[in-house]
Design a protein around this ligand. Structure first.
Ligand code: NAP
Length: 363
C-alpha cells in the first residue's frame, strides 16, 4: 500500500469544500488531515462549524468531525506534513485570494484552486485533465519565475464551460476545427455557493444574468486550448464564442445549449457521435481514480440529458450530451450537461491533483 498524500482543504465549510470532504472519503491516494475557513469558523470543530449548512447526502465523516478548523490566514498553523491543498474560499476581493494562494505556494505547498483569481495568470495552468493535461509543463516555469521550491498554483476553470468544452475539444482533436459557438447555459443554484440565491428569487423563476459568467464562458476556453511557451501559456483565440448564462431552479448540474459552426468541412451526425463516444485522453490512459471511463456520454433519447437523471453519470465526472441535430444557421446544435460541484469543481480538481501526482509534481 502506498502512503496517502496528506491534504488540506481551504474553504472546507462551503459548498465546494463539503464536496471535497465527501468525494475524498476512501480516496486511494489522498487523505484530508486539515480544514480551514473564515475567522467565523476558526477554532471550532469541523462538525460545529459546518453542521447548520451541511448539504451532502452523507453524514459528516466521523474521522473529520473533531478536526479543529484553522483560519485560512493563519499560514503557519498548517501541518508541516501537508503534501498539497485544495483552495475553495470566497473572499471580498480576488487579490486577497491571489495573495493567499501564492503565500501557501511560497511556503512550498502546491495549491489546486477552484477560485477564478489566478485563472488569467499566464504561468498558472488552468486544467481540464482530458483537454490540456500538457499545461502542467508550465509549472517549472512558474516555480522559476517566482522562486518557489516545491510549491505552485494550478487552477480549475469555471464550472459552466465544463458543460460543453470537452465535446468541442474532442471534435477539434479529430481534425474538425470549430469556427464559432453560440452557447446558452442553464446554471444550477449550487453554483452560487451557500446560502446562494434567495429562494424567493429562484423558485418559479429564471434569472437571465450571472455576474462574470458570460465573460468566463467565452474567454477561459482560449487559455485552456492555448499552448505552453517560454514565459507561460499563450491563448488560442481562433474560436469565437458568444454566451448567455442564466440561473435556473435546479440544485446541481449545469446545462448548455450549444450551436456550432465548423471552420472547413463539417463531420456528419454519426461521425460526431462516434468521435464523442470514442473520446479518451490522458486521465483514462493513466487510469486516474477520478477519471470517468467514458468522458463523453451521448444519449439517443430525445428528452435527455436532464440534470436530475444524468448529472451523476460516472460519479458526476462525465459530460452527458443529447439532441445533436442540424442547425439552420450554424452546422449543428446539441444539449450538454455536467455536474457543477463535482466535474465543475471538487471532482475536477481532484482529477487534476491525481494527474499532478502521476506526473510527480506533488508527493
Ligand atoms: P461558499 O459555499 O460560499 O463557501 C465559501 C467558503 O469560503 C467557506 O468555507 C467560507 O468559510 C470561506 N470564507 C468566506 N469568507 C472567508 C474569509 N474572509 N476568509 C477565509 N475563508 C472565507 O462558496 P463555494 O460555492 O464553495 O465556492 C468556493 C469557491 O469555488 C469560489 O471561488 C467559487 O467561485 C468557486 N467555485 C464554485 C463552484 C460551485 O459550483 N459552487 C464551482 C466552481 C468554482 P465560512 O463557512 O467560515 O464562512
Amino acid at each position: 500500500m502506498i502512503e496517502k498524500s496528506k491534504v488540506s482543504i481551504l474553504g472546507a465549510t462551503g459548498i465546494v469544500g463539503q464536496n471535497y470532504i465527501q468525494l475524498l472519503q476512501n480516496h486511494p491516494w489522498f487523505e484530508i488531515i486539515d480544514v480551514a475557513a473564515s475567522p467565523n469558523s476558526a477554532g471550532k470543530s469541523y462538525e460545529e462549524a459546518v453542521k447548520a449548512k451541511w448539504q451532502m447526502p452523507i453524514p459528516i465523516p466521523e474521522d473529520l468531525k473533531n478536526l479543529i478548523v484553522r483560519d485560512v490566514l493563519d499560514f503557519d498553523s498548517i501541518p508541516s506534513n501537508i503534501s498539497f491543498l485544495f483552495s475553495a474560499i470566497k473572499m471580498p476581493t480576488k487579490n486577497q485570494i491571489k495573495e493567499i494562494e501564492l503565500k501557501y505556494a511560497k511556503k512550498g505547498i502546491p495549491v489546486i484552486s477552484n477560485n477564478s483569481a489566478h485563472r488569467w495568470t499566464p504561468d498558472v495552468p488552468m486544467i481540464i485533465g482530458e483537454i490540456n493535461h500538457s499545461h502542467v509543463n508550465v509549472i517549472p516555469i512558474q516555480q522559476k519565475n517566482r522562486g518557489f521550491s516545491r510549491g505552485f498554483v494550478a487552477v480549475k476553470p469555471n464550472c459552466t464551460l465544463q458543460s460543453y468544452l470537452t465535446a468541442i475539444y474532442a471534435l477539434e482533436k479529430a481534425g474538425y476545427k470549430i469556427d464559432k459557438l453560440i452557447i446558452t447555459t442553464l446554471g444550477a443554484i449550487s453554483g452560487a455557493g451557500y446560502p446562494g440565491v434567495p429562494s424567493l428569487d429562484i423558485i418559479d423563476n429564471v434569472i437571465p444574468y450571472i455576474d462574470g459568467e458570460e465573460e468566463k464562458t467565452e474567454k477561459e476556453p482560449l487559455k485552456i486550448l492555448g499552448s505552453v511557451e517560454e514565459n507561460g501559456i499563450i491563448n488560442n483565440d481562433t474560436m469565437k464564442i458568444s454566451a448567455t448564462c442564466t440561473r435556473v431552479p435546479v440544485v446541481d448540474g449545469h446545462m448548455a445549449s450549444v450551436h456550432m459552426k465548423f471552420k472547413d468541412k463539417a463531420p456528419n451526425k454519426d461521425e460526431i457521435i462516434k468521435i464523442w463516444s470514442d473520446f479518451k485522453s490522458e486521465p483514462q490512459k493513466l487510469r486516474l481514480p477520478f477519471a470517468p471511463k467514458r468522458p463523453i456520454i451521448y444519449l439517443e433519447n430525445e428528452n435527455r440529458p436532464q440534470p436530475k437523471k444524468d448529472r451523476d453519470n460516472d460519479k458526476g465526472m462525465a459530460l452527458t450530451i443529447g439532441r445533436l441535430r442540424k442547425d439552420n444557421v450554424f452546422d449543428f446544435k446539441f444539449v450538454s450537461l455536467s455536474h457543477n460541484t463535482i466535474r465543475g469543481a471538487a471532482g475536477g480538481s481532484i482529477l487534476t491533483a491525481e494527474l499532478l501526482k502521476a506526473r510527480n509534481f506533488i508527493i
